[in-house]
Design a protein around this ligand. Structure first.
Ligand SMILES: CC(C)(COP(=O)(O)OP(=O)(O)OC[C@H]1O[C@@H](n2cnc3c(N)ncnc32)[C@H](O)[C@@H]1OP(=O)(O)O)[C@@H](O)C(=O)NCCC(=O)NCCS
Length: 158
C-alpha cells in the first residue's frame, strides 16, 4: 500500500529521537519490524522466527516507531473494505510504557480516517485489553483462544 505520511515525534527516555513512519515491505526497516514482531510477539510463546509472517504482508499497512535505524515499535493494518484489522502491535521491551504504543495506534487511526475507513478491530490478548480500552476500543463478544492465549475482539469507530 501507499506508504506516504510520516511524522517526526517525541524523544525516548534516553533522549533518542523517535519518529513514526509508514513503510513498505521492500524497505530495510521491514526486516527490522519482522525481527521485533518475532521477538516480542512470537518468541515468548516458543514460536520460531517466521511464525510472525502473515499471508497478507504486502497488502497491509506497516507503521513503525524508529530511533535512528532501530525499529522499537510497530503495528500492522489489514484493510477489509471500509473496515480492517489492526494486528502485530509490539513495542520493544526496554521501550514499553513510554507512550509509544499509544502513539502508534493514534498515528494509524489518523491515517485510516484520512483514507476513509469507518472502523477498526483487533484481536486483543487478555492482558492488553486495558491498553486498547485506554484508546477507546470496546470488547465485542466472548473471549476466544488464538495462538494459545485468551483474546477478545475489540472495536472502535473512527
Ligand atoms: C501492549 C503494548 C503494545 C503497549 O505499548 P506501550 O508503548 O507499552 O503502551 P503505552 O505506554 O502507550 O501505554 C498506554 C497505556 O496502556 C497501559 N498499558 C500498556 N501496556 C499494558 C499492558 N500490557 N497491560 C495493561 N495496561 C497496559 C499503560 O499503563 C498506559 O496507561 P497509562 O498512560 O494510564 O499509564 C506493549 O506493552 C507490548 O508490546 N506488549 C507486548 C506485546 C503485546 O502484548 N502486544 C499486544 C498484543 S494484542
Amino acid at each position: 500500500m501507499n506508504t506516504s505520511n510520516s511524522r517526526p515525534k517525541r524523544r525516548t527516555a534516553n533522549n533518542g529521537a523517535l519518529s513514526f513512519e509508514f513503510i513498505s515491505t521492500d524497505s530495510a526497516a521491514y526486516a527490522r519490524e519482522r525481527e521485533l514482531r518475532a521477538k516480542v510477539l512470537r518468541e515468548p510463546l516458543g514460536m520460531p522466527p517466521g511464525a510472525e509472517i502473515f499471508p497478507f504482508e504486502d497488502e497491509a499497512l506497516h507503521l513503525v516507531a524508529r530511533v535512528g535505524d532501530d525499529v522499537v515499535g510497530c503495528v500492522m493494518f489489514k484493510p477489509e473494505g471500509k473496515t480492517g484489522r489492526m494486528l502485530q502491535m509490539a513495542v520493544a521491551q526496554g521501550h514499553q510504557k513510554n507512550g509509544i504504543g499509544t502513539e502508534l495506534v493514534k498515528t494509524l487511526e489518523e491515517r485510516l480516517r484520512h483514507d476513509g475507513f469507518h472502523d477498526v478491530y483487533a484481536h486483543a490478548r487478555d492482558y492488553a485489553v486495558p491498553f486498547y480500552e485506554h484508546l477507546g476500543y470496546s470488547i465485542d463478544g466472548k473471549p476466544f483462544t488464538e495462538i494459545g492465549i485468551r483474546h477478545f475482539l475489540m472495536r472502535k469507530a473512527l
